[in-house]
Write a protein that binds this ligand. Structure first.
Ligand code: HSE
Length: 432
């Protein structure tokens, strides 16, 4: 058996060029560790003109994915183009051609989980996806291998680097959401379509994959309660801080007996919690195993080299498996049919941070709290801020545990009052 494994890379952008750079510059280092030469046989991208951080022979480059898929000497296809199509077709064709697959494509794995994983199992060809969740943090391997003896109880994750960077910058510079997002885009953290990041969809894709790994349950984005950070203002971040909280876009999966609850939304968490100290492009994951208790993972969740590090780790592992003649396709991920996903209904309850913008006149507070009372919402604390705004003052309330549906109805009624000058903001709270 030759001591070489050939790689075909599809997608030579930010992450792809990082992978090539690592595989070139650490070729001898990786060979020493694995005993195998990892050789990049072909690279495909629709743009072959742009300058990259690494130079490659032009004979390696192609615009046609089929040049890689149909090359029988290629053992592993690394798909880094993102999006569902044509990535799905590329991966399926590659598996059918007997290739192993590495991908960072969380959207595809989440939306097409059943068919892709089933095909990988049937054909006996692994599909690895460490880089799909939390960039450089080896969370997939940790759940699949390091923590295999555990039954998992809950996952709380800051899984989107862009949103976390945006929230952190808004807090630090007191800037607007739009300004902060522009910065995140410049740094190359955001998806091509940044609304995936800030509307919570990217986090939903990632928590869905973690649910599959940890609970054996395939959860679709449409079944997850998802809210983004686009309506959070630096005002809310500041007021939350004054109350001893930070606002984070949290992806949450909690299991109680056979019930699984999965949601993604901006969340006020106590400042003292470890997740609250995860700032900038960093990701943080708090995972509860029944044997280990709580574990905390922290690291860069986006960016060229952290993500490329995870992809190379998958390539190396597959390389070792190929040489050992092993097929390990998610052998330890057993679909657990007994797990039932809780529906996203108005039954959801938590404490809420609520900010009203109302005119500053006697009796206003009584009117607002009256409507809340009518809907059974109990207020734990109220602060009225100094008048700095032309027309209205912010009134910040923390509720006791309340059901979301009646709160929404109460807010709708309050927002229709002429004393309220802006749409009210309500943010969920979580005692982690
Ligand atoms: N856009 C993603 C993020 C990249 O910001 O986390 C990594 O998946």
């Amino acid at each position: 058996m030759s001591n070489k494994v050939n790689i075909g890379l599809i997608g030579f952008g930010t992450i792809g060029s990082g992978v090539v750079k690592i595989l070139h510059s650490r070729k001898a280092f990786l060979k020493k560790k694995t005993g195998v030469e990892i050789n990049i046989k072909r690279i495909c991208d629709k743009d072959l003109k742009s300058r990259r951080i690494v130079k490659v022979r032009s004979s390696l480059l192609t615009k046609k994915a089929d040049d890689i898929i149909n090359d029988s000497s290629i053992d592993i296809v690394v798909e880094l183009i993102g999006g569902v199509h044509p990535a799905k077709e590329i991966i399926e064709k590659s598996l059918r051609k007997g290739k192993y697959v590495v991908t960072a494509n969380k959207a595809l794995l989440c939306e097409e989980a059943e068919s892709i994983f089933a095909m990988s199992k049937t054909l006996g060809k692994d599909i690895y996806f460490e880089a799909a969740v939390a960039g450089g943090i080896p969370i997939v391997k940790s759940i699949k291998e390091g923590l295999i003896a555990n039954k998992f109880l809950g996952i709380y994750g800051i899984l989107n680097g862009t949103s976390n960077y945006v929230l952190s910058l808004m807090a630090e510079k007191d800037c607007s959401f739009t300004q902060a997002l522009e910065e995140a885009k410049k740094k190359g953290y955001a998806e091509k379509n940044a609304s995936l990041d800030v509307e919570g969809i990217d986090s939903a894709h990632k928590i869905s994959l973690l649910c599959y790994l940890a609970f054996g349950k395939i959860v679709k984005v449409k079944d997850i309660l998802v809210e983004g950070i686009n309506r959070i203002s630096s005002l809310d971040i500041r007021y939350a801080k004054e109350l001893g909280f930070k606002i984070k876009l949290l992806a949450i999966a909690k299991k109680d007996k056979d019930k699984l609850e999965v949601r993604v939304h901006p969340t006020l968490i106590p400042e003292g919690n470890l997740l609250a100290s995860v700032d900038g492009v960093y990701n943080g994951i708090c995972l509860s195993g029944d044997l280990t208790g709580r574990l905390f993972f922290y690291g860069k969740g986006a960016g060229r080299f952290p993500t490329a590090s995870s992809i190379v780790s998958d390539i190396v592992e597959l390389t070792k498996n190929i040489k050992a003649g092993l097929f390990k396709s998610d052998i330890n991920i057993i679909e657990d049919k007994s797990v039932k996903l809780l529906e996203k209904t108005g039954e959801f309850q938590s404490r809420f941070y609520v900010r009203f913008m109302a005119i500053d006149k006697p009796g206003i507070l009584a009117k607002i709290s009256g409507v809340l009372g009518d809907f059974g919402i109990s207020i734990a604390s109220v602060t009225q801020k100094e008048r700095k705004f032309a027309k209205a003052v912010p009134i910040v309330m923390i509720t006791h545990i309340a059901k979301e549906e009646p709160l929404k109805k109460a807010i709708k009624q309050i927002d229709n009052l002429s004393i309220v000058k802006e749409q009210t903001v309500a943010i969920k709270m979580e005692d982690i």
